[in-house]
Design a protein around this ligand. Sequence first.
Ligand SMILES: [Ca+2]
Length: 385
Amino acid sequence: MTRRVLACLLTLGLVACATQPKSPTPPPQARSAPPPRTPSGPTPAPAETSVEAVKPDASIDLTPVPFEVARANFIRDTAARFALDPASIEAVLSQANFRDDVVALMSKPAERTIGWSEYRPRFITAARINGGKAFLETHRAELMRVQERTGVPAEIIVSILGVETSYGGYTGKHRVLDALYTLAFRYPRSGNPDRALYEHKREQFFRDELAQLFALGKEQGIDLLSQTGSYAGAMGMGQFMPSSYRQFGVDGDGDGRINLMTDFDDIFSSVANYFVKKGGAYGWERGGPVAVMATLAPGREAFNPDDWTPTWTMSDLAARGYTPKAPVPAGLTATPVTLAASDGPQYWLGFRNYYAITRYNNSKMYAMAVFQLSEAIAGRELPPA
Ligand SMILES: [Ca+2]
């Protein structure tokens, strides 16, 4: 996790966001090269669209494989892997289309870097806050059940849904089959040798997601020919990629299906489950804080570790000049976060739950925006940006 890169990219989300029309948003958790984001409100790309830091690896053969061979191998391997009928995969793939708009969106250059003072207003607007409050009221009973069961606060679940899809208002217009087919077999190549391995891995990532889509179709009865989502293949109100859908999806209402498109119990339970599980040892902690503002002693340099893993004790941080502005329960560890606010650097300490939010989208500003939107939805006052 190269946070430096991310920090610069403005963005990101569970997987690639639904394409919305509007202002720039954060890139999908890509660390090394942010996938393009589409303009528009929040909608960051999903976290899972990214690959981990790409180190040179001579054992990986980057020689292009002819499309027909790659396609045939895909069908054979996917059928074997998920016990599917190769003919049924062929039947669906024969109706998939390569999409130039998907390639164009994925090839878009990273947007210019913006600071927190510019980023926050794009995500946290009066309309989004009020929309979140109304959504929480409408679904309070289901949300409170999920909060009780998982420890993930209702307003955090609502905030993610607000940032990803404006509470389900925009879940993506691209046919998921076409988006994944395009990125799996025609992932855009820049021609830059330094990016060749990264681009190869991205293509492999999407090829795996396409395979997972077939498994998902079988397991959940999803119609692969009609399902829509983001240009990167993220689906539903929480923008889950197929692999996350299969790994973290939960049947919240017990009807035997995991429906992340229209079943609110399933959606809320799955988002909470993602927060709890995705971060592993640093997954969501019931009752734990998300982040606290801090001061940095005069003359001290900001400490910006290479990733957001919250492993620093309060003593470690104190030794580096940090003092939290509110009391921190004993024994907690955190990661320092520096944001470019309108009146200069703003310092925060992010705890386990902050890290858990970054698993949705590996961006420090994304995680802070989700946290602060949740605070605003809960009626709490926000610090200046
Ligand atoms: Ca269900």
